[in-house]
Design a protein around this ligand. Structure first.
Ligand SMILES: [Zn+2]
Length: 483
């Protein structure tokens, strides 16, 4: 199946699909770029000393001062050096060249979340980087605006002036899935710095997309990885359909309506001129070279992969899956560093069974619907490693606890799911099954292998899946010899 018909299938748009087939099923005519906003963890805001815990407090407008509410005549403090360092670190991890000196600019626009009428945003800190096949145009630092509640027409400035990194990618992605994967990779890489605010997987990205060299349309504030795919699918179709009726998409900014899964026009796109950028006269130029040289880069997914393989004798593909999700890799290491014998079971169960369950539910590890945690997983892996439960029981338990958050050990105790190794008990079940299935047993004696599987299946059923598979086969073989 071609890439485009796969990605556009849910909407079932006939026009788009026929058109694609004509073009050989390639989606190279679609260009997607992302601007990703990353909240950086600092104690104080970018240009004042206010606390930055806006995401933990419900009372509005208590972490504010004249600077971050844009009072006339008030002067900003010097730039937050820790925040600056974190953004330089991020730019270096994205293989950017670091500019030696930058100015802070004022970007003007009018919206209630911006009390001064301009946002302070830096010139590029890093340029010309890349993450895999996707180019990074620039990384810069800026202050986050406040939050404006459209329904109640209320504004909350607790967030105003907190530190944001903005990553601007080249339009190097050609499908919604590529955009989602890139975003996932950026978010994961960013977590390796330990310098960002973890607000439950919430991120803000602006997506721009153009087809066949047409106008670039920007979609603002797409707030989830799934949202990006849906917004892009809709927008690509919309632009294609415009072309089909002889019209064209125009350069504009659109918003994504998550409820209706459509994009809606917000305004024709601002150009650089509309923002009337000027260097902020209250802030001296910022020198980056010395800070940049002193930065010690953290472990990255790539370097961690190498280390995991050598430290825990991991399979290459498993190590790859683990490091692509920092939280999961952390849990794996936590469990295994205390007990290296759990390495094989932990890695294969996480990379196969846990991933399968997450994919089946179409959720990420960080999704609040996922109730798994370190305690639950290590409990399960120990049960499996000690041969206390069968693989089958393990799978059933995993399927249940991912939604319920129960401890596997407690379920096993409460429901008596321990593996059945007692020879007498097993022998009794085997005899019963043979008695009820004489024909299958005779076939098995005659060398029919599928009869063996049938018998084992019946015995498993008789022990509620708790029988030790190896033992059952041993007993059956013994019966075969003795009769
Ligand atoms: Zn302040």
């Amino acid at each position: 199946m071609s890439r485009i018909s796969q990605t556009l299938q849910p909407s079932g748009n006939v026009v788009a699909e026929t058109e694609t087939k004509k073009k050989g099923g390639k989606m190279d005519n679609v260009k997607i770029g992302l601007e990703i906003h990353i909240p950086i963890k600092t104690k104080q805001k970018l240009f004042c000393d206010c606390p930055t815990n806006y995401y933990e407090i419900s009372e509005p407008n208590i972490s504010i001062c004249p600077v971050c509410t844009g009072m006339p005549g008030i002067k900003p403090h010097p730039i937050n050096s820790k925040g600056l360092e974190s953004v330089i670190m991020l730019a270096k991890l994205l293989n950017c060249k670091i500019n030696p000196k930058i100015f802070i600019k004022r970007k003007h626009y009018n919206y209630p979340d911006l009390p001064s009428g301009y946002q302070r945003t830096s010139e590029p800190i890093g340029v010309d980087g890349n993450l895999g096949a996707v180019g990074i145009w620039e990384v810069h630092i800026e202050e986050d605006p406040g939050k404006y509640d459209l329904n109640y027409k209320r504004v909350n400035y607790n967030r105003s002036g907190t530190v944001l990194a903005e990553i601007v990618s080249a339009p190097d992605m050609h499908s919604p899935e590529e955009a989602r994967n890139f975003l996932k990779e950026v978010i994961n890489l960013v977590k390796y710095t330990n310098r960002t605010v973890d607000i439950g997987g919430v991120m803000r990205a602006d997506v721009n997309v153009s087809i066949e060299g047409g106008a670039k349309v920007e979609i603002k504030n797409v707030n989830s990885q799934k949202g990006i795919v849906k917004a892009l699918k809709y927008e690509i179709l919309r632009q294609k359909n415009l072309k089909n009726v002889g019209s064209e998409a125009k350069m504009e900014t659109r918003g994504y309506d998550e409820g209706q899964m459509i994009t809606v026009s917000m305004r024709t796109k601002e150009t650089e001129d509309d923002y009337r950028y000027v260097p902020d006269p209250d802030i001296p130029p910022v020198y980056l070279k010395e800070i940049s040289e002193k930065i010690v880069l953290p472990e990255t997914p790539r370097s961690r992969k190498k280390r995991l393989i050598s430290e825990y004798v991991l399979r290459d593909d498993y190590a790859d899956i683990l490091v692509r999700n920092k939280e999961i890799a952390d849990i794996f290491e936590d469990i295994v560093s205390k007990n290296k014998t759990l390495s094989e079971i932990s890695s294969s169960w996480i990379c196969r069974e846990v991933m399968r369950q997450l994919n089946y539910r179409d959720i990420e590890w960080s999704d609040e619907k996922n109730k798994l945690n370190k305690k639950i997983l290590s409990d399960l892996f120990v049960l499996l490693a000690n041969n206390s439960i069968t693989e089958n029981t393990g799978k059933k338990i995993l399927e249940r606890v991912i939604d319920s958050g129960e401890l596997p050990g407690e379920i096993v105790k409460k429901e008596n799911l321990m593996i059945e190794c007692d020879d007498d008990v097993l022998e009794k079940v085997v005899n019963e099954v043979i008695e009820k299935n004489q024909k299958a047993f005779n076939d098995y004696k005659a060398g029919n292998k599928s009869s063996m599987n049938f018998l084992v299946g019946q015995i498993m059923k008789g022990t509620r899946g708790k029988a030790d598979n190896k033992k059952v086969r041993e007993i059956l073989d013994r019966k075969l010899g003795s009769i």
